[in-house]
Design a protein around this ligand. Structure first.
Ligand code: GTP
Ligand code: MG
Length: 599
């Protein structure tokens, strides 16, 4: 409960009873897994959470069913082989119904797997052991089952919140801090979303276990770093673990090995095989793409049973440690994740980020920008400590070496971090968001680099437009792909956002108040109003009119690039308008840019 109280104190305002109940239910869910002896520990470690999730996936199965109404029968049928912990229902985009069943133990889930039939009569099916199954309808008389001891845990558990409803909920919030918190709570990846992502990882692991004796498939990135939203992609890493037992030289019988011949890196060839297997053998895996000549070879695929887009790479443990670091920062203070969510969403709305790779910033460096801002020491102190501080408090148990001997050592157990190293700044989310934009509106991108290792800006080692130090490999810049034009746009957009937010903080809840002006497309809002006037009963869903598909994004990008030069020219020629900011220390001079000129 301490985390709950902290969030009330930190946002500077008590939540409504509804929010407290929904928040505390979530918190209790994760706290309930602790032992009584751990009660004084405020923070769980990333490894603890990942181990719980992996164990949960090992005792779970995903079964395609006819509809929600299949629950009783499925429950009754599976109960013949194992005790059921809980069943969650969801639908994928193909309108197919699935149920994720968690059993009491891994052994019991194996019993269910062994009970499966693998072949259909007269059909040549080469089935394989996978946790994704389907539930056959009975021909003839139905078996009678007892009434289930529990109900469905979730129904349609993977449906994202409707965009129009979200906007309406945000418009009805009391203040900007509540809007930011609400946006996070309503769009963050939910429990079922995380479970399914671990199931997808488990499926690959289980299939490859028969080919590789010591294989582990771990999720990383936004699915597990605490910054994932509903529908986010799944980054997976396939690693070869060498534990002490496997390297024990006293053991006399040793596996014969297959020598890999040919000039290419052996793992490039293994990844080719992985691609083939995904295409040929893995149920649910479709649209397999191999990107094998990159520095980190990747196989991309779509998992159609879960609607998850996957990127599978080999031995990229630094990616996992990076996710761990982000997760730790997010768990240290309850304001970090909501603030990052709103910034990511704003960047998406104004077109700074794009789901396709290119010369623009992506969510990962954007998240580092938020963390760096929260490390700044104001008059009250900082919200987050620098990575240098986390390294300083690391013990022997925190030593980690990733590929190419990359040192990824930092404190893992946040309970050991002295409380005076973080969290002194108690500003609420509204203030922090405004300060974030003001901070970057003032930031000297020309000469300075962003480094969460130091927690202060450092001199840029080269002339790349945007320099964000890779926290685990400090000689590298994680935003090296960002072009001059995109960096200029970033500067314009943060100034614009600071202006918009500051101008709307007069307490009046006009149209698009608070964060709505930042996360809702202006054109969409205009049209919505038009449709509302005297016609509220005929209001159509805006998403039906504006399909934000790739084509549209590409068109906007192309249009924007050509407008970019015009906008810059206009800004230079325009008499500079000085605007008043609450935090004059941070923002002494910010110029208003008319945002409708940009998109
Ligand atoms: P979304 O997929 O956009 O939701 O966010 P994400 O955090 O998953 O980002 P992305 O899929 O681009 O990258 C996955 C993870 O790889 C990140 O969370 C980081 O942990 C890691 N990562 C991304 N870029 C780099 C990089 O340049 N260097 C290193 N070492 N790790 C990176
Ligand atoms: Mg990702």
């Amino acid at each position: 409960m301490s985390v709950l109280f902290q969030s009330i104190i930190n946002t500077g305002k008590p939540y409504s009873l509804r929010q407290i109940i929904s928040k505390s239910t979530r918190i209790c869910k994760c706290f309930s897994k602790r032992k009584f002896s751990d009660i004084s520990r405020k923070f769980l470690s990333f490894d603890e959470v990942a181990a719980q999730r992996r164990a949960e996936a090992k005792r779970s199965l995903v079964v395609q069913v006819n509809s929600e109404a299949s629950f009783n029968e499925l429950y009754g049928y599976c109960s013949k082989y194992a005790s059921v912990n809980g069943i969650h229902h969801y639908k994928n985009s193909g309108d197919e119904h699935f149920m994720l069943i968690e059993f009491k133990t891994e052994e019991e889930s194996k019993n269910v797997i062994h009970s499966c039939s693998s072949h259909q009569k007269d059909v040549d099916v080469m089935a394989l052991h996978s946790p994704f199954l389907w539930f056959r309808a009975v021909s003839g008389k139905k078996e009678a089952f007892q009434i289930p001891k529990s109900q469905l845990m979730t129904t349609k558990g993977c449906n994202s919140i409707d965009e129009d409803n979200l906007i309406e909920e945000l418009a009805n919030c009391e203040d900007v801090s509540e809007q930011i918190q609400q946006m996070h709570d309503r769009t963050a990846l939910n429990d079922l979303g995380v479970r399914l992502r671990y199931m997808v990882a488990r499926q690959i692991e289980r299939i490859f276990e028969s080919l590789y004796a010591n294989i582990v498939v771990r999720p990383f990135g936004s699915s597990v770093n605490g910054f994932g939203k509903m529908g986010c992609d799944l980054d997976l890493v396939l690693t070869n673990i060498l534990n002490e037992e496997m390297c024990d030289s006293s053991k006399r019988l040793v596996y014969q090995e297959k020598k890999c011949e040919g000039g290419r890196s052996p793992w490039q060839r293994h990844m080719e095989l992985v691609g083939e297997l995904l295409e040929l053998r893995v149920p649910g895996a479709t649209r397999v793409q191999r990107i094998l000549h990159a520095r980190v070879p990747i196989v991309k695929y779509a998992h159609e049973f879960t609607d998850v887009d996957c990127d599978l790479c080999y031995n990229n443990m630094s990616g996992v440690y990076m996710s761990e670091l982000l997760w730790l920062y997010g768990s240290l203070d309850p304001r970090v994740r909501p603030l990052t969510f709103v910034v990511r969403r704003w960047a998406q709305t104004v077109g700074l980020t794009n789901q396709h790779p290119g010369r623009w910033i992506t969510n990962f460096p954007l998240t580092l920008m938020v963390l760096f801002f929260l490390q700044q020491k104001g008059k009250d102190g900082c919200v987050l400590p620098s990575l240098k501080t986390l390294v300083q408090y690391a013990g022997k148990e925190d030593i980690r070496l990733a590929e190419e001997n990359l040192n990824c050592t930092f404190l893992r157990d946040m309970n050991k971090l002295p409380t005076d190293t973080y969290g002194q700044n108690k500003a609420n989310l509204e203030t922090l968001l405004l300060q974030f934009f003001e901070f970057y509106a003032q930031f000297d991108f020309h000469d300075k680099a962003i480094s969460i290792n130091e927690g202060v800006a450092i001199r840029k080692p080269n002339t790349l437009p945007l320099y964000i130090v890779n926290p685990l490999e400090q000689a590298l810049n994680v935003s090296r792909n960002v072009s001059y034009e995109e960096c200029e746009r970033l500067k314009l957009e943060v100034r614009n956002a600071a202006w918009l937010l500051d101008a709307g903080l007069d307490g009046k809840k006009t149209d698009g108040w608070g964060i709505l002006g930042l996360i809702e497309r202006k054109s969409t809002r205009g049209l919505k109003n038009l449709l509302k006037v005297g016609n509220s009963h005929r209001l159509v869903s805006v998403k039906d009119l504006f399909n934000n598909d790739d084509d549209k994004i590409e068109k906007v990008k192309a249009k924007r690039d050509s407008e970019m030069k015009q906008v810059l020219a206009q800004v230079d020629n325009k008499p500079k308008e000085k605007i008043k900011f609450k935090n004059t220390q941070v923002a002494s001079e910010v110029y208003r840019i008319r945002r409708d000129k940009i998109i």
